[in-house]
Design a protein around this ligand. Sequence first.
Ligand code: TRP
Length: 336
Amino acid sequence: MEEQQAQAKKLILSGIQPTGTITLGNYLGAVQNWQKMQTEFDSIFFVADMHALTVRREPSEFRQTALNFFAQFLACGLDPRQCIMYFQSHVRQHAELQWILNCNTYVGEASRMTQFKDKSAKHADNINMGLMDYPVLMAADILLFQSDLVPVGIDQKQHLELTRDIAIRFNNRYGETFKVPEGYIPTTGAKICSLQDPTSKMSKSDPDENATVSVTDDEATIVRRFKRAVTDSGSEICVREDKPGISNLINIYAAIENKSPQDVEREFAGQGYGTFKIAVGEAVAAKFNPIREDFLRYSADKKYLAELARDGAEKAASLAERTMRKVRKKVGFVAF
Ligand code: TRP
Protein backbone atom coordinates (compact mmCIF):
# COMPACT_ATOMS: atom_id res chain seq x y z
CA MET A 1 0.00 0.00 0.00
CA GLU A 2 2.70 2.38 1.03
CA GLU A 3 4.67 1.35 -2.03
CA GLN A 4 1.69 2.14 -4.27
CA GLN A 5 1.25 5.55 -2.72
CA ALA A 6 4.91 6.30 -3.17
CA GLN A 7 4.67 5.41 -6.85
CA ALA A 8 1.64 7.61 -7.33
CA LYS A 9 3.57 10.72 -6.35
CA LYS A 10 4.70 12.91 -9.20
CA LEU A 11 8.40 13.52 -9.61
CA ILE A 12 9.69 17.07 -9.53
CA LEU A 13 13.24 18.06 -10.36
CA SER A 14 15.07 21.34 -10.25
CA GLY A 15 18.57 22.72 -10.06
CA ILE A 16 20.33 25.96 -9.34
CA GLN A 17 23.73 27.17 -10.46
CA PRO A 18 26.25 27.63 -7.67
CA THR A 19 27.36 31.21 -8.10
CA GLY A 20 27.54 33.62 -5.19
CA THR A 21 25.07 32.61 -2.50
CA ILE A 22 21.34 31.88 -2.40
CA THR A 23 19.74 35.31 -2.63
CA LEU A 24 16.36 36.48 -1.47
CA GLY A 25 15.25 36.17 -5.10
CA ASN A 26 16.43 32.55 -5.33
CA TYR A 27 14.91 31.79 -1.97
CA LEU A 28 11.44 33.19 -2.62
CA GLY A 29 11.44 32.23 -6.29
CA ALA A 30 12.77 28.70 -5.93
CA VAL A 31 14.26 27.14 -2.82
CA GLN A 32 11.42 27.97 -0.43
CA ASN A 33 8.97 26.40 -2.89
CA TRP A 34 11.16 23.30 -3.19
CA GLN A 35 11.17 23.01 0.56
CA LYS A 36 7.37 23.09 0.58
CA MET A 37 7.05 20.65 -2.31
CA GLN A 38 9.41 17.96 -1.03
CA THR A 39 6.72 16.26 1.05
CA GLU A 40 4.04 16.34 -1.62
CA PHE A 41 6.22 15.08 -4.47
CA ASP A 42 9.12 12.75 -5.06
CA SER A 43 11.79 15.37 -5.46
CA ILE A 44 15.28 15.77 -6.83
CA PHE A 45 17.27 18.96 -6.29
CA PHE A 46 20.82 19.43 -7.44
CA VAL A 47 23.65 21.91 -7.50
CA ALA A 48 24.05 22.62 -11.24
CA ASP A 49 27.84 22.93 -11.13
CA MET A 50 28.29 21.72 -14.71
CA HIS A 51 26.06 24.52 -15.94
CA ALA A 52 28.06 27.03 -13.92
CA LEU A 53 31.21 26.10 -15.82
CA THR A 54 29.92 27.86 -18.95
CA VAL A 55 31.40 30.97 -17.34
CA ARG A 56 35.09 31.02 -16.35
CA ARG A 57 35.51 30.23 -12.66
CA GLU A 58 38.52 30.23 -10.39
CA PRO A 59 38.66 26.53 -9.37
CA SER A 60 39.19 26.78 -5.61
CA GLU A 61 36.59 29.49 -5.24
CA PHE A 62 34.16 27.58 -7.45
CA ARG A 63 34.60 24.43 -5.34
CA GLN A 64 33.91 26.35 -2.12
CA THR A 65 30.88 28.11 -3.58
CA ALA A 66 29.37 24.84 -4.77
CA LEU A 67 29.91 23.19 -1.40
CA ASN A 68 28.38 26.19 0.34
CA PHE A 69 25.34 25.90 -1.91
CA PHE A 70 24.82 22.35 -0.78
CA ALA A 71 25.01 23.52 2.86
CA GLN A 72 22.55 26.31 2.03
CA PHE A 73 20.12 23.77 0.56
CA LEU A 74 20.12 22.04 3.93
CA ALA A 75 19.87 25.30 5.86
CA CYS A 76 16.87 26.33 3.75
CA GLY A 77 15.10 23.20 4.87
CA LEU A 78 15.70 20.69 2.09
CA ASP A 79 15.68 17.39 3.88
CA PRO A 80 17.76 14.52 2.49
CA ARG A 81 15.28 12.07 3.98
CA GLN A 82 12.54 13.64 1.85
CA CYS A 83 14.36 14.48 -1.35
CA ILE A 84 17.41 13.47 -3.35
CA MET A 85 20.04 16.22 -3.30
CA TYR A 86 23.42 16.06 -4.99
CA PHE A 87 26.01 17.69 -7.22
CA GLN A 88 25.31 17.40 -10.94
CA SER A 89 28.99 16.68 -11.70
CA HIS A 90 28.87 13.60 -9.45
CA VAL A 91 26.39 11.82 -11.69
CA ARG A 92 28.06 10.90 -14.99
CA GLN A 93 24.77 10.14 -16.73
CA HIS A 94 24.03 13.86 -17.12
CA ALA A 95 26.92 14.28 -19.53
CA GLU A 96 26.28 10.97 -21.23
CA LEU A 97 22.67 11.75 -21.99
CA GLN A 98 23.58 15.26 -23.04
CA TRP A 99 25.74 13.89 -25.86
CA ILE A 100 22.96 11.70 -27.17
CA LEU A 101 20.49 14.56 -26.96
CA ASN A 102 23.00 16.81 -28.72
CA CYS A 103 22.78 14.51 -31.69
CA ASN A 104 19.01 15.03 -31.64
CA THR A 105 19.03 18.80 -31.30
CA TYR A 106 19.54 21.24 -34.14
CA VAL A 107 22.11 24.01 -34.00
CA GLY A 108 19.38 26.33 -35.20
CA GLU A 109 17.21 25.54 -32.20
CA ALA A 110 20.01 26.04 -29.69
CA SER A 111 21.24 29.26 -31.24
CA ARG A 112 17.74 30.74 -31.17
CA MET A 113 17.51 30.56 -27.37
CA THR A 114 17.10 34.01 -25.84
CA GLN A 115 19.44 33.25 -22.95
CA PHE A 116 22.18 32.10 -25.33
CA LYS A 117 21.87 35.33 -27.29
CA ASP A 118 21.87 37.46 -24.12
CA LYS A 119 24.80 35.64 -22.58
CA SER A 120 26.78 35.74 -25.81
CA ALA A 121 26.36 39.48 -25.87
CA LYS A 122 27.39 39.75 -22.24
CA HIS A 123 30.40 37.41 -22.47
CA ALA A 124 31.58 38.22 -25.98
CA ASP A 125 35.09 37.03 -25.09
CA ASN A 126 33.91 33.58 -24.04
CA ILE A 127 31.16 32.29 -26.29
CA ASN A 128 32.05 28.67 -25.66
CA MET A 129 30.25 25.56 -26.90
CA GLY A 130 28.90 24.97 -23.41
CA LEU A 131 27.04 28.24 -23.50
CA MET A 132 25.13 27.15 -26.56
CA ASP A 133 24.75 23.61 -25.26
CA TYR A 134 23.47 24.76 -21.87
CA PRO A 135 19.79 24.00 -22.58
CA VAL A 136 20.63 20.53 -23.89
CA LEU A 137 22.36 19.73 -20.61
CA MET A 138 19.27 21.01 -18.87
CA ALA A 139 17.13 18.73 -21.04
CA ALA A 140 19.38 15.83 -20.04
CA ASP A 141 18.97 16.72 -16.35
CA ILE A 142 15.23 16.64 -16.68
CA LEU A 143 14.73 13.66 -19.00
CA LEU A 144 17.22 11.48 -17.15
CA PHE A 145 14.79 11.09 -14.26
CA GLN A 146 11.52 10.94 -16.18
CA SER A 147 10.48 14.10 -14.34
CA ASP A 148 6.81 15.07 -14.33
CA LEU A 149 7.17 18.64 -13.17
CA VAL A 150 9.99 21.12 -13.38
CA PRO A 151 9.79 24.20 -11.19
CA VAL A 152 11.59 26.97 -13.04
CA GLY A 153 11.56 30.73 -13.21
CA ILE A 154 10.01 32.42 -16.19
CA ASP A 155 13.49 32.97 -17.71
CA GLN A 156 13.92 29.19 -18.08
CA LYS A 157 10.58 28.57 -19.74
CA GLN A 158 12.07 28.55 -23.22
CA HIS A 159 14.60 25.91 -22.17
CA LEU A 160 11.79 23.77 -20.86
CA GLU A 161 9.96 24.10 -24.17
CA LEU A 162 13.11 22.93 -25.94
CA THR A 163 13.34 20.00 -23.53
CA ARG A 164 9.81 19.00 -24.44
CA ASP A 165 10.59 19.29 -28.16
CA ILE A 166 13.69 17.13 -27.78
CA ALA A 167 11.79 14.51 -25.75
CA ILE A 168 8.96 14.33 -28.28
CA ARG A 169 11.40 14.12 -31.19
CA PHE A 170 13.40 11.35 -29.54
CA ASN A 171 10.24 9.41 -28.67
CA ASN A 172 9.04 9.69 -32.25
CA ARG A 173 12.34 8.57 -33.70
CA TYR A 174 13.19 5.74 -31.30
CA GLY A 175 9.91 4.84 -29.61
CA GLU A 176 8.54 5.87 -26.23
CA THR A 177 11.55 6.61 -24.02
CA PHE A 178 11.12 9.86 -22.13
CA LYS A 179 8.28 11.32 -20.16
CA VAL A 180 7.47 14.73 -21.61
CA PRO A 181 7.74 17.10 -18.62
CA GLU A 182 5.55 20.01 -17.66
CA GLY A 183 6.82 23.32 -16.40
CA TYR A 184 5.77 24.37 -12.97
CA ILE A 185 5.94 28.08 -12.57
CA PRO A 186 4.95 28.72 -8.98
CA THR A 187 2.14 31.18 -8.41
CA THR A 188 3.58 32.33 -5.11
CA GLY A 189 6.93 34.02 -4.95
CA ALA A 190 6.51 36.99 -7.23
CA LYS A 191 9.55 38.03 -9.19
CA ILE A 192 11.94 39.68 -6.77
CA CYS A 193 13.84 42.64 -8.17
CA SER A 194 17.15 44.31 -7.38
CA LEU A 195 17.10 46.62 -4.38
CA GLN A 196 19.10 49.17 -6.38
CA ASP A 197 17.39 48.84 -9.76
CA PRO A 198 13.88 47.57 -9.08
CA THR A 199 13.12 47.25 -12.79
CA SER A 200 15.58 44.36 -13.15
CA LYS A 201 15.58 40.92 -11.56
CA MET A 202 17.57 40.37 -8.35
CA SER A 203 20.66 38.56 -9.55
CA LYS A 204 23.38 36.64 -7.72
CA SER A 205 25.94 38.05 -10.08
CA ASP A 206 25.05 41.71 -9.56
CA PRO A 207 28.32 43.54 -8.91
CA ASP A 208 26.54 46.07 -6.67
CA GLU A 209 26.40 44.35 -3.29
CA ASN A 210 23.62 46.65 -2.13
CA ALA A 211 21.34 45.22 -4.82
CA THR A 212 20.86 41.83 -3.18
CA VAL A 213 20.56 40.12 0.17
CA SER A 214 21.37 36.47 0.78
CA VAL A 215 20.34 33.78 3.20
CA THR A 216 23.88 33.93 4.57
CA ASP A 217 23.84 37.67 5.37
CA ASP A 218 23.61 38.81 8.98
CA GLU A 219 20.85 40.97 10.36
CA ALA A 220 22.78 44.26 10.34
CA THR A 221 23.73 43.79 6.68
CA ILE A 222 20.19 42.91 5.65
CA VAL A 223 18.60 45.85 7.45
CA ARG A 224 21.24 48.24 6.08
CA ARG A 225 20.63 47.13 2.50
CA PHE A 226 16.88 47.57 2.86
CA LYS A 227 17.38 51.02 4.35
CA ARG A 228 19.39 51.88 1.24
CA ALA A 229 16.88 50.32 -1.15
CA VAL A 230 15.94 52.59 -4.01
CA THR A 231 12.36 53.82 -3.73
CA ASP A 232 10.18 56.00 -5.88
CA SER A 233 8.92 59.55 -5.70
CA GLY A 234 5.76 60.14 -3.68
CA SER A 235 5.08 58.70 -0.28
CA GLU A 236 2.25 56.23 -0.65
CA ILE A 237 2.98 52.58 0.11
CA CYS A 238 1.15 50.77 -2.69
CA VAL A 239 1.79 48.44 -5.61
CA ARG A 240 1.74 50.49 -8.79
CA GLU A 241 3.46 50.27 -12.12
CA ASP A 242 5.11 53.66 -11.71
CA LYS A 243 6.38 52.64 -8.26
CA PRO A 244 8.70 49.68 -8.98
CA GLY A 245 10.81 50.23 -5.84
CA ILE A 246 7.97 50.25 -3.33
CA SER A 247 6.11 47.54 -5.25
CA ASN A 248 9.17 45.29 -4.97
CA LEU A 249 9.43 45.90 -1.23
CA ILE A 250 5.72 45.17 -0.78
CA ASN A 251 6.09 41.91 -2.73
CA ILE A 252 9.07 40.90 -0.61
CA TYR A 253 7.31 41.66 2.66
CA ALA A 254 4.15 39.87 1.49
CA ALA A 255 6.08 36.75 0.44
CA ILE A 256 8.09 36.62 3.67
CA GLU A 257 5.08 37.20 5.92
CA ASN A 258 2.76 35.03 3.83
CA LYS A 259 0.34 37.90 3.25
CA SER A 260 -1.22 39.40 0.18
CA PRO A 261 0.21 42.66 -1.21
CA GLN A 262 -3.16 44.28 -0.38
CA ASP A 263 -2.79 43.26 3.27
CA VAL A 264 0.63 44.87 3.30
CA GLU A 265 -0.71 48.10 1.78
CA ARG A 266 -3.35 48.24 4.51
CA GLU A 267 -0.86 47.42 7.26
CA PHE A 268 1.42 50.32 6.29
CA ALA A 269 -1.17 52.84 5.12
CA GLY A 270 -0.15 56.34 6.16
CA GLN A 271 3.38 55.34 7.19
CA GLY A 272 6.56 56.66 5.61
CA TYR A 273 8.98 54.88 3.28
CA GLY A 274 11.68 54.91 5.97
CA THR A 275 9.64 52.97 8.50
CA PHE A 276 8.47 50.53 5.87
CA LYS A 277 11.97 49.81 4.56
CA ILE A 278 13.17 48.97 8.08
CA ALA A 279 10.13 46.73 8.66
CA VAL A 280 10.87 44.81 5.45
CA GLY A 281 14.54 44.48 6.37
CA GLU A 282 13.70 43.19 9.82
CA ALA A 283 11.19 40.69 8.48
CA VAL A 284 13.72 39.31 6.00
CA ALA A 285 16.43 39.18 8.67
CA ALA A 286 14.09 37.32 11.04
CA LYS A 287 13.47 34.73 8.33
CA PHE A 288 17.15 34.39 7.37
CA ASN A 289 18.70 34.40 10.85
CA PRO A 290 18.02 30.74 11.62
CA ILE A 291 19.00 29.83 8.04
CA ARG A 292 22.34 31.61 8.41
CA GLU A 293 23.00 29.86 11.71
CA ASP A 294 22.19 26.46 10.23
CA PHE A 295 24.34 27.26 7.22
CA LEU A 296 27.34 28.05 9.44
CA ARG A 297 26.82 24.82 11.34
CA TYR A 298 26.46 22.64 8.23
CA SER A 299 29.28 24.24 6.30
CA ALA A 300 31.67 23.58 9.20
CA ASP A 301 30.91 19.86 8.96
CA LYS A 302 32.58 18.75 5.72
CA LYS A 303 32.34 15.10 6.64
CA TYR A 304 28.59 15.26 7.00
CA LEU A 305 28.22 17.17 3.74
CA ALA A 306 30.41 14.63 1.95
CA GLU A 307 28.33 11.75 3.27
CA LEU A 308 25.07 13.34 2.19
CA ALA A 309 26.43 14.28 -1.22
CA ARG A 310 27.73 10.78 -1.84
CA ASP A 311 24.46 9.24 -0.77
CA GLY A 312 22.45 11.67 -2.93
CA ALA A 313 24.63 11.03 -5.98
CA GLU A 314 24.29 7.29 -5.55
CA LYS A 315 20.51 7.46 -5.43
CA ALA A 316 20.40 9.82 -8.40
CA ALA A 317 22.78 7.67 -10.43
CA SER A 318 20.77 4.54 -9.85
CA LEU A 319 17.58 6.26 -11.09
CA ALA A 320 19.44 7.82 -14.01
CA GLU A 321 20.91 4.48 -14.99
CA ARG A 322 17.43 3.03 -15.51
CA THR A 323 16.77 5.63 -18.18
CA MET A 324 20.24 5.32 -19.68
CA ARG A 325 19.95 1.57 -20.15
CA LYS A 326 16.86 2.18 -22.24
CA VAL A 327 18.43 5.06 -24.15
CA ARG A 328 21.63 3.18 -25.05
CA LYS A 329 19.59 0.30 -26.37
CA LYS A 330 17.20 2.54 -28.33
CA VAL A 331 19.95 4.40 -30.17
CA GLY A 332 21.69 1.16 -31.04
CA PHE A 333 24.85 1.09 -28.94
CA VAL A 334 26.33 -2.39 -28.74
CA ALA A 335 25.67 -4.09 -25.44
CA PHE A 336 26.77 -7.55 -24.31
N1 TRP B 1 19.18 26.63 -15.85
C1 TRP B 1 18.55 26.70 -14.55
C2 TRP B 1 18.66 28.13 -14.02
O1 TRP B 1 19.60 28.82 -14.31
C3 TRP B 1 19.21 25.75 -13.59
C4 TRP B 1 18.99 24.34 -14.02
C5 TRP B 1 19.91 23.49 -14.54
C6 TRP B 1 17.76 23.63 -13.99
N2 TRP B 1 19.34 22.30 -14.84
C7 TRP B 1 18.03 22.35 -14.51
C8 TRP B 1 16.47 23.97 -13.57
C9 TRP B 1 17.01 21.39 -14.63
C10 TRP B 1 15.47 23.00 -13.69
C11 TRP B 1 15.74 21.73 -14.22
O2 TRP B 1 17.80 28.53 -13.27
